[in-house]
Design a protein around this ligand. Structure first.
Ligand code: AMP
Ligand code: MG
Length: 327
């Protein structure tokens, strides 16, 4: 079975192709970037409109297959920005209808978890999903992927990108912040907002910008934002692991490419006798391969969509997905 997956929830257009074992045959990724000042939903959608057709051709070429070799089309049905989601869904519908093959809509957050499971070969992890728009701690419990903790306001990546924008960095700003943080060592006073199992980041942004106005160095601020916010994430991840009694932690989302975050999660998991799993970077960020693989799991377990079922769902909740493939 060969599936082509189309990702387009927010800033990234992705087209991936996987086979029935989860082997990635192609994974083309195009993120809006550089000069843009954050994500404007309509402009991001225009970016996807412009890029997706060529990316589909390129993915087929990279996989060395013809359109007729495809058995299934999967697309990111939500959660995400309406205009972006509708663009990806339209590309998916057009492709599926023109070849005459089935189509399935995939939950983006679940896809991050499933690609991680297949490529790292972990079994039943707690996922720390830290990306631009999303920050969630997810684990399988009672037949569904449950969200044990999440951000109450903005995603961790969004905090980094917004702070970076104010500092004049390019979008996305995570890598630049990681680089500068290495030069800092004084922990500045930022709000540590853990509320039960949830976290909040917008207060950190406000406080950091105020400190900058008062003359704090950018390096110290980058260092402090990372130590403070990653500490919050590690705390709630550990609590979720203890609660659901799982001994694996999987990382997903673009922010987990950060070495300092990986190091902190690794220390925590070692101390608990647990194991950390990190997929390759191109499978951590938003990508089409993760959508394709989750599509395979769904299709193989009897999930079938009519074209009317392919409407996008901006608020598609992780725990709304009936995880038939893990029954
Ligand atoms: P995603 O939304 O999952 O595609 O990931 C994109 C987000 O990852 C953006 O907010 C980036 O700023 C962030 N990101 C990328 N690389 C790093 C890094 N090395 N450290 C922290 N954040 C990063
Ligand atoms: Mg994502």
């Amino acid at each position: 079975m060969i599936c082509l997956g189309i990702e387009g929830t927010a800033h990234t257009a992705g087209v991936g192709i996987v086979d029935g074992e989860g082997k990635v045959l192609a994974n083309i990724i195009k993120m809006i970037g550089g000069e843009v000042k954050g994500i404007h939903p309509r402009e991001a959608a225009n970016h996807h409109v412009k890029n997706l057709p060529g990316m589909i051709d390129k993915a087929l070429e990279e996989a060395g297959i013809a359109p007729e070799d495809l058995d299934l089309i999967a697309f990111s049905q939500g959660p995400g920005l309406g205009p972006c989601l509708r663009t990806a869904a339209t590309a998916a519908r057009a492709t599926a209808l023109s070849i005459g093959i089935p189509i399935v809509g995939v939950n983006h957050c679940v896809a991050h978890l499933e690609i991680g499971r297949v490529v790292t070969e972990c079994e039943d992890p707690v996922l720390l999903y830290a990306s631009g728009g999303n920050t969630q701690i997810i684990a399988f419990a009672g037949g569904r992927y449950r969200v044990f903790g999440e951000t109450l306001d903005i995603g961790i990546g969004n905090l980094l990108d917004k702070f970076g924008r104010e500092m004049g960095f390019e979008f996305p700003s995570g890598p630049e912040i990681e680089k500068l943080a290495k030069k800092g060592n004084e922990l500045l006073d930022l709000p540590y907002s853990v509320k039960g199992m949830d976290v909040a980041f917008s207060g950190v942004l406000t406080a950091a910008l105020q400190l900058r106005k008062k003359g704090a160095s950018i390096e110290e601020l980058c260092f402090s934002i990372q130590e403070n916010c990653f500490g919050m994430l590690v705390e709630v991840t550990e609590r979720a692991m203890a609660h659901v009694e799982k001994e694996e932690v999987l990382l997903g989302g673009g922010v987990v490419q950060n070495r300092r975050l990986q190091e902190m999660v690794e220390i925590m998991s070692k101390e608990r006798g647990a194991k950390m799993f990190v997929p390759p970077g191109r499978l951590c960020v938003d990508n089409g391969a993760m959508i394709a693989w989750t599509g395979v799991l769904m299709h193989r377990n009897g999930v079938h969509f009519n074209i009317e079922d392919t409407k996008v769902n901006q608020r598609f909740r992780t725990d709304d997905v009936d995880v038939v493939w893990r029954r």
